[in-house]
Design a protein around this ligand. Structure first.
Ligand code: GLY
Ligand code: MN
Ligand code: MN
Length: 476
């Protein structure tokens, strides 16, 4: 056991914390705070939470806190002032608690390991904070974090109580999230590398799930249950050092694929049915988010393949819009056009009732089969932080995606370093006028794209996406 770099929650197979990476991020945030009037920022990571009895939930550090520290123990706070000085409050070493719960970094080792200027016992937070806020022009904290507001108010009130001693309380509270989340939306090289790793592990897990299912059915099993497939995913995630899934794995057998977020359950997947798997691991704090849809027995039927190829064509069209300078929403518009045309061509939408492709788009008739967006930011959070609209540009009237119009700023432009998912789908529930041969087919294809200087890099293509290649993988 390495006593010099102890960590309690070493669930990820990464090496020692690279303090320089996190120091640079804190310096950048401090620079942005200074440019916005200065002050001091507070960011916390949650204490352990009880699950039941004396059992705790597995701990996952707060995304903002981890982004600035790389520190993955519970119950810690970071203070960063606009001059760039950072102070950590963390749990002290405690031989008895460490015997039960695992090693702690401790106060003494924190500055050298994390590159912070000072560290204190978190038990001293209430006592020390007022003095540290004294004389600061503003306190920045993430307004979205529950329970933080009353504590900040309490510390500011404690400073005010000392006004007769010449203490001056911060005059304003500022939301840290816009500043910090704007940094998080563009990934640096360290993050891109971590996300490549997350994508590769998740792609391997999807391939494993396909192979497992084909092998089980080939050797005579009448069906495979959703939870068995989930188990294959989890096995592969942990085998390669991911902390676990980045979100509850969706494993949808047959008609369950038409439930967008169907959690893996007990349902049997039979030969002849499709399986939709939307699953990604979290590796060193970063999510991946991949969906593949494949035939249980390894061969697509005619209808399954027709619908699959349409969704794949929609993804290709969306990927062609996934490049610097394009707007984030362009991918969705491109996918919707391909899907709408295909729904007319396959007879899922009746031209005599819904009109031509432009009318289908205008009236959003396609939403009967495609009711979600084509992508989102991806990063530490699966639906990652960052603005989707370009607030600096004038608002314009545009379709609201629900058949109406809305006046709002345009979708923001993609830039190198951003990561987006591209995830078109089609979901055919039984209904009047819907050709029966397509009933209960649900298909989604989702990949993760890192925007580069000239286009994009797909982080998730370690698992095949073309139908022939899926069939080949399941055959072998
Ligand atoms: N896995 C959730 C999503 O694709 O957005
Ligand atoms: Mn997604
Ligand atoms: Mn997904």
């Amino acid at each position: 056991m390495n006593q010099t770099t102890p960590r309690t929650n070493d669930t990820a197979a990464r090496d020692a914390i690279d303090a320089g990476v996190f120091r640079a991020r804190r310096a950048e945030l401090a620079r942005r705070m200074a440019a916005s009037g200065g002050g001091v920022a507070l960011v916390a990571t949650a204490p352990p939470r009880t699950r039941n009895s004396d059992v705790e939930h597995p701990f996952r550090p707060d995304s903002d806190f981890h982004h600035l520290t790389g520190f993955d123990e519970p119950g810690a706070w970071l203070l960063l002032d606009a001059s760039g000085r950072s102070t950590l409050f963390c749990r002290p070493r405690d031989p008895l608690r460490e015997l039960w719960d695992g090693l702690r970094l401790g106060v003494e080792a924190a500055p050298a390991t994390l590159g912070v200027e000072a560290a204190f016992d978190v038990a001293a937070l209430d006592e020390q904070l007022p003095a540290m806020l004294r004389g600061q022009s503003a306190v920045w904290w993430p307004f979205g974090v529950e329970d933080l507001g009353p504590r900040v108010q309490g510390w500011i009130a404690a400073v005010r109580r000392r006004e007769r001693d010449g203490w001056r309380a911060p005059g304003t509270q500022r939301d840290l999230q816009p500043l910090l989340h704007e940094m998080r939306v563009r990934k640096d090289d360290h993050e891109a590398q971590t996300m490549r790793r997350a994508g590769a592990i998740s792609a391997g897990a999807h391939a494993r799930a396909m192979r497992y299912t084909a092998a089980r059915l080939r050797t005579g099993a009448p069906f495979v249950r959703e939870y068995e497939i989930e188990a294959e995913l989890l096995h592969e995630f942990r085998l390669h050092g991911a902390s676990g899934p980045a979100y509850p794995s969706i494993v949808a057998a047959g008609a369950h694929a038409c439930i967008l977020h169907h959690a893996a359950g007990r349902a049997p997947l039979h030969p002849g049915e499709l399986c939709l798997v939307d699953a990604g691991c979290e590796f060193d704090g970063y999510a991946s988010d991949i969906t593949r849809t494949w035939p249980a027995s390894g061969r697509f039927s005619g209808e399954q393949r027709a619908l699959y190829e349409l969704v794949l064509a929609a993804q290709d069209a969306a990927l062609a819009q996934t490049r610097p300078g394009a707007r984030q929403r362009d991918a969705h518009h491109a996918a919707v056009r391909v899907l709408s045309q295909g729904l007319l061509d396959l007879g899922l939408l009746d031209r005599s009732r819904v009109g031509d492709v432009d009318t289908v788009i205008e009236t959003t008739a396609y939403r009967a089969f495609y009711m979600h967006g084509t992508g989102h930011w991806l990063g530490r959070d699966v639906h990652d932080v960052g603005d989707y609209l370009s607030a600096d540009e004038p608002a314009v009237e545009q379709p609201d995606g629900q058949g109406g119009r809305v006046v709002r700023p345009p979708s923001r432009r993609l830039e190198p370093g951003m990561v987006v998912t591209i995830e078109p789908g089609l979901y055919v529930r039984p209904g009047e006028g819907v050709p029966e041969r397509f009933w209960n087919l649900g298909i989604r294809i989702e990949d993760d794209a890192l925007i580069t200087a000239t286009g994009h890099e797909l982080l998730s293509r370690g698992v095949p996406v073309k139908p022939d290649e899926i069939e080949a993988l399941m055959r072998d």
